[in-house]
Design a binder for this molecule. Structure first.
Ligand code: PXP
Length: 241
């Protein structure tokens, strides 16, 4: 069954906009869990623009499902992850030099470094996912780095105005799912997924998990978080069961 990771970063964005202690990211995580989220995803950025260290620590203590920590591949964050021990770490680019033109992590060009961090985290029972573009060389490098999973960057697919069956990005993702699966990588995806574009991605048979944030948090303004989460999960399950 395909899993939904709800990214709650933007609950913290709203909280920080007024320097208040609400809305609570902990409450958001718990509500998302009871309405169909299989895990909660949060990105602790170097600039702490939304999540704070204390948010991640509290989420670790209170969530009933699993915690997926998105973070840059830097020593400060590795130390933090080893202390807090999320179930998963998703390594993401934050600095220009870590970026490819499309926006995923450049595993190929930083191979030794990323492989070492991956090994260190996984030796401490934290499963590592690498956020990469749907690119054959990056996927092969992720496999060579012994990552547990990849998260395919769906931003270009999502930004396209074309229907998915006319969208080259969709077919790229489809092919790369097959490649990653053949290399025994767990295949996740995320970025830019919405109620309108999620179904074709959820339908891909190798797809294990989708991490979705902005669309769910934005829609929760109108529907409330319970319905925003459960409707997204329902759309995904209609394709896969
Ligand atoms: N996956 C990763 C690795 C991300 O960095 C993000 C954005 O923080 C997401 C998923 C969620 O993207 P969105 O907020 O567009 O749904």
């Amino acid at each position: 069954m395909i899993r939904l990771g709800v990214n709650i970063d933007h609950i913290a964005t709203v909280r920080n906009a007024r320097g208040e202690e609400f809305p609570s990211v902990i409450e958001a995580g718990l509500v998302a869990e009871t309405n169909g989220a299989d895990l909660i995803t949060a990105h602790l950025r170097e600039d702490r623009r939304h999540m704070r260290d204390s948010d991640i620590r509290l989420l670790r203590q209170t969530l009933k499902t699993q915690l997926n920590l998105e973070m840059a591949a830097i020593p400060e964050m590795v130390d933090f992850a080893l202390e807090v021990r999320p179930d998963f770490v998703c390594l993401v680019p934050e600095k220009r030099h870590e970026l490819t033109t499309e926006g995923g992590l450049n595993v190929l060009n930083n191979f030794e470094y990323i492989a070492r961090i991956t090994e260190q985290l996984q030796a401490n029972d934290i499963k590592v996912s690498l956020f990469i573009d749907p690119d054959m060389e990056q996927i092969t490098a992720a496999s060579d780095a012994n990552a547990y999973a990849i998260e395919l960057h769906t931003g270009k697919y999502a930004a396209s105005k074309q229907a998915y069956y006319n969208n080259d990005e969709y077919y790229k993702i489809k092919d790369m799912c097959e490649l990653a699966d053949s290399l025994e990588l767990v295949v996740n995806a995320g970025h830019g997924l919405t109620y309108h574009n999620v179904k074709p991605i959820a339908k891909l048979p190798q797809m294990h998990e989708l991490n979705i944030g902005f669309a769910i948090i934005a829609q929760s303004l109108f529907w409330g978080l319970p319905r925003a989460v459960s409707t997204m999960k329902q759309l995904m399950l209609e394709e896969r069961g």
